[in-house]
Design a protein around this ligand. Structure first.
Ligand code: ADP
Ligand code: MG
Length: 380
């Protein structure tokens, strides 16, 4: 018997989710399976999450009146992405429980506060400087030395708002100026990557945690392409990464699911890249590969249900289906009984837009990876 938890929100209660993309959809699947009611707030009518939920409020994420309406209709409120307005969350807290609070949101919404927080917690980030203008850009390049990556401080995802500077004598200043017009930016030393990995951690309000096995990630054009689990890492690196996960979860007063991205350099140094205060694309394979998924643990977390120890049932890989892949993958589906196929039901198919994913469980990950990579679907 586990310990009795305080203030659990039990099935048949209503969960409100701000944001109706695939992360909201997969949260909703888990919530519905457990018997909760789910209401989505998203500007896109019949968005991915609304398709599997009880109701939707069609509104922009910053529409305070509609956020309050959502709050009044639900027993607990959560969000599927990090760009929710922390002030709005504080406002709606008057009407419903928002157990995630705003600390994780406000720390991770901004690359500067995120990196400061990681360093203050005792962990290493890649060398970086904050720049406000071209003069500071030149000073930054001198300090860090190329290659570097220029990144917007707020709102970037899937490599958006980033410029790679390999040779400072051969850059397009107009592009740099354009990023700087959006506000201060961060120059980061480009690391020679041996690999990228991530760790997903979930917690409930009573401070119990579930930590998932480390996942190894391959990006293409800065967008996640392939994830595999378990990651191939030294025992020392793995232990360090789990420790980062446990520590940052505590420091952020985590409730629900978060994911931490890491760089492992050529010479085996581990850097914390960034923190997503929500379920993460790399964690999708937990749906089939583990005893609980990152979405199940998110719902457990925000409803203050018990957090089990995570078990990986079988090695797994996940590949993303972007706009340019979806139709070809569907055409192949009946040839692949080993595929766990996910289509998020998005209306507009756009290039590089995440439309779905495939998970394969296999005792021979090398072979499974080869089979997936040799499929012509991902050549476009
Ligand atoms: P996003 O918010 O778009 O996910 P990231 O900072 O995680 O931004 O960058 C996306 C990807 O770009 C990373 O997963 C990595 O592959 C590459 N990248 C970003 N920063 C660096 C860096 N400093 N050194 C090497 N690769 C990087
Ligand atoms: Mg990232």
């Amino acid at each position: 018997m586990g310990k009795i938890l305080t203030k659990s929100i039990l099935p048949n209660s209503t969960i409100g989710i701000i944001g109706g993309g695939q992360l909201g959809q997969m949260m909703a699947f888990e919530a519905k399976a457990m018997g909760y009611k789910v209401i989505i707030l998203d500007p896109q009518e019949n968005c991915s999450a609304a398709q599997v939920s009880d109701d939707q409020i069609v509104a922009n994420y910053d529409d305070l009146e509609k956020l309050i309406e959502l709050a009044k209709r639900c027993d607990v409120l959560t969000y599927e992405f990090e760009n929710v307005d922390a002030k709005a969350i504080n406002e709606v807290k008057k009407y419903t429980q928002v157990p995630q609070g705003t600390k994780a949101l406000s720390v991770t919404q901004n690359r500067v506060s995120e990196k400061d927080f990681i360093e203050q917690s005792g962990f290493q980030t890649v060398p970086h400087v904050v720049i406000k203008n071209i003069f500071e850009y030149h000073r930054g390049i001198e300090k860090l030395t190329a290659p570097v990556i220029l990144k917007t401080i707020r709102g970037g995802y899937d490599g958006k708002g980033q410029i790679l500077i390999e040779d400072p004598d051969d850059v397009c200043y107009a592009d740099i100026e354009e990023l700087l017009m959006q506000g201060p930016c961060m120059l980061e030393k480009k690391i020679n990557l041996k690999k990228e990995v991530s760790v997903v951690v979930s917690a409930n309000s009573d401070g119990q945690t579930s930590i998932f096995p480390i996942i190894e990630n391959v990006h293409r054009h800065n967008i996640l392409h392939l994830s595999t689990c378990p990651a191939q890492l030294s025992e020392q690196a793995s232990q360090h990464i789990y420790q980062v996960g446990e520590t940052l979860a505590k420091e952020l007063e985590l409730v629900g699911t978060m994911c931490i991205e890491f760089f492992v350099s050529d010479d085996d140094e581990v850097f914390v890249n960034e923190i997503a205060p929500r379920p993460h694309n790399s964690g999708h394979l937990t749906i089939e590969a583990c005893n609980i998924s990152q979405f199940n643990s998110h719902i457990r977390g925000v409803c203050n249900l018990p957090m089990p120890e995570v078990e990986l049932f079988k090695p797994a890989l996940m590949v993303n289906l972007l706009g340019q892949h979806l139709e070809n993958a569907k055409a192949e589906l009946n040839l692949h009984p080993e595929w766990n196929f996910h289509d998020y039901g998005k209306d507009a198919i756009k290039e590089n837009r995440k439309m779905g994913h495939i998970t394969v469980l296999s005792d021979n990950l090398t072979q499974a990876k080869q089979a997936i990579e040799n499929n012509p679907i991902w050549r476009v």
